[in-house]
Design a protein around this ligand. Sequence first.
Ligand SMILES: Cc1cc2nc3c(=O)[nH]c(=O)nc-3n(C[C@H](O)[C@H](O)[C@H](O)COP(=O)(O)OP(=O)(O)OC[C@H]3O[C@@H](n4cnc5c(N)ncnc54)[C@H](O)[C@@H]3O)c2cc1C
Length: 326
Amino acid sequence: MYNILVLAEHVEGKIKKTTLELVGKASLLAKELGGSINVCLIGSKTESEVHALAAYGAQKVFLVNQDQLEKYNTIAYTQVLAQVVSESKPTILLATASPMGKDLFPRLAARLKAGLVTDCIELKINQGKLIAKKPVYSGKAFATGHFNTPIQMATTRPNSFPMIVADPNAKAEISSVTFDPGTLCAEIKEVVQGLVGKTDLTEAEIIVSGGRAMGKSENFQVLQALADVIGATVGASRAAVDSGYAPHDMQVGQTGKVVNPKLYIACGISGAIQHLAGMRTSKVIVAINKDPEAPIFSKADYGIVGDLFTIVPLLTEEFRKLLSES
Ligand SMILES: Cc1cc2nc3c(=O)[nH]c(=O)nc-3n(C[C@H](O)[C@H](O)[C@H](O)COP(=O)(O)OP(=O)(O)OC[C@H]3O[C@@H](n4cnc5c(N)ncnc54)[C@H](O)[C@@H]3O)c2cc1C
């Protein structure tokens, strides 16, 4: 029997959209395999979220709820997940390529002696086996991973799969798992959040990014105003970050964050290869640049040649009008 196990992520007890996206994708894969879909939900007081996982296809939820697991702890979560794996015996193990997934899955893969393909943008089944596609060489090419280990593991880039239609009446079986925290050598006391109340760039569906052309940090307000209207998160190029106009957690690119939004609006960004490395898988790219020869235009789906300080406020106003009408 094929069996897929998805690691769920939540923020303050609420399941992340990226997890629901992945559970939905896993449920489609499970249908193809003729297998079942299980989810592992680790944390504290998250029982109320089981219904959300069920709505997207989870048939069984391994619930590990303990106060010591409220904050992410690599060693604890590896132990817990290994315990759930030995109980649920998955053939496929999936997580989002979030900071947690990137930290946890390689460690778990080593422990399980399982093959792992990271940061995938496509998952398929071929003859009962998982096929995982991922960008390589800064997104200039794609590699397809095949597995020859009994457990096949993959992390997936957020926003890679469409959300399936949720079934609010679906129910999942709950299996409570108890973890012995006595063996832990470290405890997480506090987690300090950078982007409080904002969607992280890596999970954002719309991003408005500014480059060196922003000139000073105050000018990012122009982008923030547009972002507020269209529900976007603001990003930056490395030149903007290095110039002190924006903090590093806003940097998109090879040495910043890899993003995968539905819409990426690049404002005053030239389109250097290292910037493209972080955003070229965006579904639609809009570039605003006053240089018609800027390389970003060769990657953009839509280009606007002009001064961003004129164009962005105009766009903000137009979107405000349009969205208030709808
Ligand atoms: C190892 C390494 C890693 C790197 N990692 C990253 C990374 O992670 N992310 C990243 O972004 N870069 C990275 N870089 C840097 C990268 O090579 C570029 O230097 C950087 O992306 C340039 O940023 P920019 O496009 O904002 O600035 P510029 O290249 O200076 O471009 C500014 C653009 O703004 C336009 N412009 C100016 N004024 C206006 C205006 N008023 N209105 C509209 N357009 C205007 C100009 O025409 C120009 O095209 C890395 C470089 C190296 C060597």
